[in-house]
Every structure is written in structure tokens, then in C-alpha cells.
Design a protein around this ligand. Structure first.
Ligand code: ADP
Ligand code: MG
Length: 211
């Protein structure tokens, strides 16, 4: 089973940038419905910077890539998502020790969520990206325990995140900008949970391409 190395991490960021640029309008529309409409622009712009910086100064290991992502998102991305994803990647960088096996995939996702929760204080059911990360971790952990590959663990995480994002539709937001809408936030999919499912999908695509 191929462990995930720095080439995978860089490819993950390239694929994230491409996918978030492709989905920019969709994320803008989701954020328009329950927020201020900047999420698609924030994410597409942030990951464009990430790829630029990787090209200028290629990191040598997986934690190095995650650290670069964290610093870029924190300094270049406004809104709630920049600091939240920035903290997530900073914690993931600390949790990663070189290349990743399936158990490490679950560990870095868990570390990312811990960072998001430390920063945003949300729990599940509040209609945020936490509702995508939480099932993703459980799925990655189950895949690792079943002896699956890191690519399979990431695919399971991405699928669970996509389902978790869909399950935010009937929720009422009680954290972040969407909470200002009260009951009117019901009936829309959370943009941050959606971008989380795209990020994890890009991670799985990169892992499958590498194995
Ligand atoms: P802003 O709301 O400041 O415009 P973005 O539009 O970039 O920021 O990001 C909005 C997303 O951030 C939401 O869809 C939600 O998933 C996430 N979010 C907001 N507040 C929190 C929080 N306290 N904890 C976790 N995620 C949050
Ligand atoms: Mg917004």
C-alpha cells in the first residue's frame, strides 16, 4: 500500500485549487443564500495563492505543505473560513510525521477538526464545516481499522463529508454568519461543509492518482 508523500500533498493542493475554482460560483451561491456570498471567492483565491507559493518554494515534506497552506490561508483569506481552515492545516501539520498511512489520514483529519473546534467552538448539528469533518473522521478511522489503503481511507472520508454536507440542509445555523438568519437558514446547504467535502475529494483524487 502506497503511503502518501509530499508529491501527493502538493498534487492535493493543485487539485483543490482547480476544483474550488471550478466550484467557485456554486459556493458563492450557497453562501449568498445564508451568508454574504464570499466563500467561493475566498476559497478559490486562497488556494490559487497556495499553489503559487508551492511553485515558488516547494516544501520538502507533508508537514511543510500543510504549514504553507495554513500560513497562506490565514494571511490571504478573509471571512471565517480563512482562520478556520488555516488552524485546521496548522494542526494537521503538527499531527503529520512524514508520509501518511491510513491511520495517519484519520489522525490528521481529527487534528484538523480539533483546530476548527478550538477556533470556532461549534459542535455537530450547528450547520458548519464541523458537520462534514466529523463523519469524515469516523469513515477514515473505520477504513484504517479495516486494513484499507490511505487512498481508500481518503475516499471514504470524502464520501462521508459530502453526505455530511448534504445533511446540513435541514439544520438551523447556530454558529457563524448564517446563525443571524435563525430559522431562515433552514433548507440550504452549508457552504463551508460543502468546501470541506471538495477538499477531501481532491485529497482522495490525488491519492488514487498516486497509487
Ligand atoms: P464568513 O461567514 O465570515 O463570510 P466564509 O463565507 O468564508 O466566512 O465561511 C463560512 C463558513 O464558515 C460557513 O459555511 C461554516 O461552514 C463555517 N463557519 C462559520 N463559523 C463557524 C464556526 N464557528 N465553526 C465552524 N465553522 C464555521
Ligand atoms: Mg461568507
Amino acid at each position: 500500500m502506497t503511503n502518501l508523500d509530499v508529491e501527493w500533498a502538493k498534487d492535493w493542493m493543485r487539485r483543490s485549487s482547480a476544483l474550488l475554482t471550478e466550484r467557485r460560483m456554486e459556493l458563492i451561491d450557497l453562501d449568498r443564500a445564508i451568508g454574504d456570498g464570499d466563500h467561493g471567492e475566498n476559497m478559490a483565491r486562497g488556494f490559487t495563492f497556495v499553489v503559487q507559493r508551492i511553485d515558488e518554494n516547494p516544501p520538502e515534506d507533508v508537514p511543510g505543505v500543510f504549514k504553507l497552506v495554513a500560513q497562506t490561508l490565514m494571511s490571504k483569506v478573509g471571512g471565517a473560513a480563512g482562520p478556520l481552515y488555516g488552524t485546521a492545516f496548522m494542526r494537521a501539520a503538527k499531527a503529520a510525521e512524514g508520509d501518511l498511512d491510513a491511520a495517519s489520514v484519520a489522525d490528521i483529519c481529527a487534528a484538523a477538526l480539533e483546530g476548527i473546534v478550538a477556533r470556532g467552538k461549534a459542535t455537530t448539528g450547528e450547520k458548519t464545516m464541523v458537520d462534514a469533518w466529523t463523519p469524515a473522521i469516523a469513515a477514515a478511522r473505520a477504513a484504517a481499522e479495516a486494513g484499507q489503503s490511505p487512498a481508500e481511507a481518503l475516499r471514504a472520508a470524502a464520501d462521508a463529508a459530502a453526505k455530511g454536507a448534504e445533511e446540513t440542509i435541514p439544520m438551523q445555523a447556530t454558529k457563524g454568519r448564517a446563525s443571524y438568519l435563525g430559522e431562515r437558514s433552514i433548507g440550504h446547504q452549508d457552504p463551508g461543509a460543502t468546501s470541506t467535502s471538495y477538499l477531501l475529494g481532491a485529497a482522495a483524487d490525488a491519492a488514487e492518482a498516486a497509487s
